[in-house]
Design a protein around this ligand. Structure first.
Ligand code: NA7
Length: 548
């Protein structure tokens, strides 16, 4: 433990608060609430004009969550659980955003947020033991604690195609969709991107546009969502059991209520494997992942399930050329985020929907009138990018974060993100991330992780204040040990075998690798709890005063 004298900031114009939170998504909203409840003066900074994070920005047609509504909602407030009623098993973006706004109203969160404001830098002042953040509005905020709830999917990525600025038609980005209605009727619409976002757009716009041209480079595996309404009886039933469900979610690797199994694929005789897959297909959602335990570590089992899904695509899509192009090959199923759809493959049976297989007919450029592929130009009235994100690390590296001794986060993470638990980083005292890139992040329920992380940070701050400690960071050994565990768990995972935002290969020049904790939410939570129970063993603290 280092002993250091207490000192004051010499900055005069800065606004001093106790806790600075960056982001008004589900993580940031809960952080603001939690720290305010602890009696802290907390300020949240958010680039959007209101709460909701990714659900504030992603207003594209068909936007919907692929986790069940009852799972993808806060568990910290039994009152909110009882007052809010979900209408669909998988909620659409307007309902999720309405939920975020309901929570913000109910807890009066907006008064502690500065909207339309972007943090441009966050710099640790070693003498004053605080973070000094500057924003694009010119405001300077100082706080001993900074919480980065910047989200894994916040920095949209345009396709690397020349000529984007030349296009004279309507150009939309899924992740920055306008707030006004967009009319597709009678128009020739092009979509680039066939991940979860593109799939949701295609199945919706294909039924509305004059003609839809899908420019597909890599097909995704997508499974039937089988969404349904939540009836009043079902809603009442869920409300009765929320407490048990939340307790179960904490023990579940997904951080949700989806059943898990310990049954390996080849433990069943062949006919029962098929039966189990048919049942998973009928049940929809991510049921496959809860049907066999070894799909992400056993290539043969994975390929068998991939074959089953490819067969289904062939049965649905009438044009054999389109069907073949839509069948993903060359990477394991579920190694890209599994998409859930509603009649996505059926969309290609509509006469106005055309699939352009960019593996065979690559995009050359975007022109004034549309898209030129090797075989010629397709004229378009509208072009939609659904080309993903600089995910997991993009938002934290989008501004200057400078820790102890001038250490820049950009330099610390030049070979990929490293941290302890995805929450704390050596060299960056009192800086905390929620749903960070070395936790389960995109591999489990982001709201469950957010609540876990915020609660953990709050407990650590309470511990520090009780002991008269001013600054905390994990020792280098602690961070290294966590990253070793992350790497060991990642080594056998088939996730590494696909080019995706999960491993960073979707962004040119970005370090690639599986840096997320693949051990599941329950084990992650246990690891977090073990650190707290040990009295934060493996952490270095600065003392400001004698313990209270
Ligand atoms: P994804 O899953 O990263 O998908 C992006 C898509 O954009 C993917 O199909 C890419 O194909 C495609 N893309 C990117 N650049 C190009 C170019 N230049 N040409 C053709 N196609 C291109 O992002 P999403 O927004 O769909 O989903 C992100 C997450 O949000 C999702 O996983 C859920 O968790 C919610 P590629 O694979 O690079 O060949």
């Amino acid at each position: 433990m280092r002993e250091e004298p207490m000192s004051k900031s010499n900055s005069t114009q800065a606004e001093r608060v106790d806790v600075l939170v960056v982001g008004a998504g589900f993580g940031g909203m809960y952080a603001v609430y939690k720290f305010r409840e602890m009696g802290k003066k907390v300020v949240g900074i958010e680039a959007g004009s209101n709460v909701g994070g990714v659900w504030y920005w992603n207003r594209y047609p068909g936007a919907r969550c692929d986790l069940m509504s009852v799972d993808y909602s806060y568990g910290f407030s039994p009152e909110i659980e009882q007052e809010w009623t979900w209408s669909e098993q998988f909620a659409a973006q307007p309902e999720i955003l309405a939920y975020a706004n309901f929570v913000a109203d109910r807890l009066d969160l907006r008064k502690d947020f500065r909207f339309d404001t972007r943090v441009t830098s966050a710099i640790w002042d070693e003498e004053a033991k605080l973070w000094r953040a500057t924003t694009d509005t010119g405001a300077v905020l100082e706080a001993p604690y900074a919480i980065m709830s910047t989200g894994p999917l916040s920095i949209p990525k345009d396709p690397d195609i020349p000529g984007i600025d030349r296009f004279k038609g309507e150009l939309y980005r899924a992740q920055k969709w306008p707030h006004h209605d967009v009319d597709f009727a009678g128009k020739r619409v092009g979509v680039i991107g066939t991940g979860s976002t593109g799939i949701q757009i295609i199945q919706e716009v294909g039924r509305k546009a004059g003609e839809l041209f899908v420019f597909q480079r890599t097909p995704s595996f997508t499974l039937p969502m089988r969404n349904r309404e939540i009836t009043p009886d079902y809603a009442a039933e869920m409300k009765k059991h929320y407490r048990q469900m939340r307790a179960a979610m904490k023990m579940n690797p997904t951080g949700g209520t989806r059943p898990v199994t310990s049954r390996p694929y080849f433990s069943l005789p062949p006919d029962q494997r098929i039966e189990a897959m048919e049942q998973a297909w009928i049940n929809g959602g991510h049921t496959f992942l809860g049907t066999f335990a070894d799909l992400m570590v056993n290539e043969e089992a994975n390929e068998a399930v991939a074959d089953f899904v490819r067969d289904k695509i062939g049965q649905i899509v009438e044009d054999p050329v389109a069907a073949e192009a839509l069948k993903p090959r060359g990477y394991p199923i579920f190694a890209r985020r599994p998409c859930l759809d509603t009649e996505y493959y059926e969309t290609y049976n509509l006469p106005n929907v055309h699939l352009v297989d960019c593996k065979k007919d690559a995009i050359v450029e975007i022109t004034e009138k549309g898209i030129r592929t090797e075989s010629g130009e397709t004229e378009l009235d509208m072009l939609i990018f659904a080309t993903g994100y600089d995910a997991l690390t993009g938002a934290l590296l989008a501004f200057d974060v400078v820790g102890r001794n001038g250490l820049r986060l950009k330099d610390k993470w030049k070979d990929g993100p490293v941290s302890h638990l995805g929450i704390t980083m050596t060299g960056f005292p009192n800086l905390f991330a929620t749903t960070g890139p070395n936790g389960p992040a995109a591999l489990a329920n982001i709201i469950t992780i957010s609540e876990n992380d915020v609660d953990w940070i709050a407990d650590l701050i309470t511990h520090m204040e009780a002991k008269g400690l001013s600054a905390v960071e994990p020792t280098q050994e602690t961070e290294d040990a966590w990253m070793t565990r992350v790497a060991e768990l990642a080594a056998p995972s088939l996730i590494r075998k696909a080019n995706t935002w999960w491993v960073g290969s979707n962004v040119k020049g970005k370090p690639t690798g599986l840096t997320m904790f693949v051990g599941g939410f329950a084990k992650y939570r246990e690891a977090c709890e073990a650190v707290a129970a040990s009295g934060y063993e493996g952490y270095a603290f600065d003392r400001v005063s004698e313990p209270a």
